[in-house]
Design a protein around this ligand. Sequence first.
Ligand code: FES
Length: 141
Amino acid sequence: MPMYSDKVMDHFMNPRNVGEIKDADGVGEEGNPVCGDMMTFYIKVKDNRLEDVKFQTFGCGAAIAVSSMVSEMAKGKTLEEALKITPSVVAEELGGLPKNKYHCSNLGAQALRRAIKDYATKKGLKLEGLEGEEHEEAEEN
Ligand code: FES
């Protein structure tokens, strides 16, 4: 049994912002072919800020906790700020994740990023921090 922090357990048992935004401004999907887990993030943007963030996650407990945490961290942030939510930042905010669960935090950060990218592409926006570093991974120590 991997050890989970209280925060992970809390977000797993009571995930925040679960659901779909029907008229979302951006949608991002990410999955991991190895474990088969998948998540989708929906965003509403107003005045360059994430007015609302929701997600649907079909995945392990850590993936659910990660999505919940990412959604909370992202809400109210500007797009540029939200792009700074990396897998390692999420894992840290959750009080750490077991090593074999790092990839779960990658999914969450990446799905949010995709949703922002979707929005930016539709609007023809160039956002700082959106280029490159597509595959940053949580640190292994
Ligand atoms: Fe794959 Fe958690 S085991 S996302």
